[in-house]
Design a binder for this molecule. Sequence first.
Ligand code: HEM
Length: 389
Amino acid sequence: MLANLIFSFGSPVWTGIIISLLLCGITRALKLLLAANKLRSKPQSTNNEARSKTEYGPDPLGFGAIVTFQGLPLSQKPDWPRYWKPGKFQMTMALRKLDINNWFNYDELFDDEHTKKLAMARSEDSKDYVDYLDGIDDAVLELLDTVVAYVTKRFPGIFRADKNYVYIDHLQEKYRIREPFDFHPLTVVGLLVMDDVYYLTAIRRRGAFLACPSGWRLQQRIGWQLHQIHDPVPLWKEKLRKSMERFFLNLHPSKAIQRNNLVIQPVGDIFQIVPFESNPKCSSIDQVHIRTELQSLTRLPRSQAIIFTVRTYLTPVTILREEPAQLEALWDHIRHFPPDVADYKCRHLWGDVFEEFCRDVLRKNDPHIGNAEEKVEIAKRGGCPLESK
Ligand code: HEM
């Protein structure tokens, strides 16, 4: 019909005029659509504040339940999670309710990791570590206020704040928490916690402080939607996509969650911007490391932004020499990877030395973890039935 309309005028001059008018119209309509979209996605602080108070009550994140940590946690050893289970590989979301006293944790690695993060934030290529697509908006200000309120209440031995600054006294550092900022508020958040911090709106990653990447670069993936990030994960589309999308729609400020993630990596660095599969095959068990992540997801009540935190622990697998029950459970877990999961997790790079290590330490050719009921019991206890016999 469009072609008929254009060509019925016959003359090429008329055709040109009509095409220009149509193009102008389309561009204008697109501009209006974009502007409307922008308005919709821009945090409307006044509306949201009112909504947050009426909808979520006076303490939406449950900070009233925060218990002050007695003393200084900075001499504690990292309490890395050993949560793997023997038996059939299960692809589940594995979410549990967040205990608010377990949102951010600190240990003896804090000072060192904080110093490295500070160098990242100050470096010329700081955008490789921390970037934020929306300038300084309401959501990131809400995030900073929330994290400052949390750390000063839970860990007053490390942090204190006044109207303008948050202080880390033992490092003789202070950061502005009001404008004019000395760092972007997301950077300040990243410097206060041991976790990587991601900020998302409408399930798109809008910003992150990424000090422990696991095989990719921040600039490659900033602005991506969650399904784009997860598409390469085997079984994700079939098993997780629907429930994850439902979960994000229903995430309520008082229902923050935690989950774990496990990677066995063929190198000993926590900062990995090249894909794991580009590493050579391991020739020694000393190269194989367990990367366990403790993740949390929280919706901020006022801006509705979602905050994803990832605390990464990296441990040489040889430490499990001292924990044979855990080693056997991990051995069994890894043996049960379906082939595509094994490929994704690069078992071809570290699997052989790991098998040899398990056989050597446990003095058997295969894991014998017991029957299905026993496996559930073992997972609950974190132990191995053969040990107690
Ligand atoms: C309910 C929430 C979520 C669930 C259940 C989930 C689940 C998973 C799973 C099962 C993997 C594969 C891990 C592996 O086997 O090594 C994965 C990978 C990943 N996830 Fe998530 N995830 C969630 C939220 C998020 C969020 C909010 C982000 C960031 C904005 C994120 C970023 C990633 C990244 C970067 C990877 C690595 C992907 C790759 O290998 O290229 N995830 N996730």
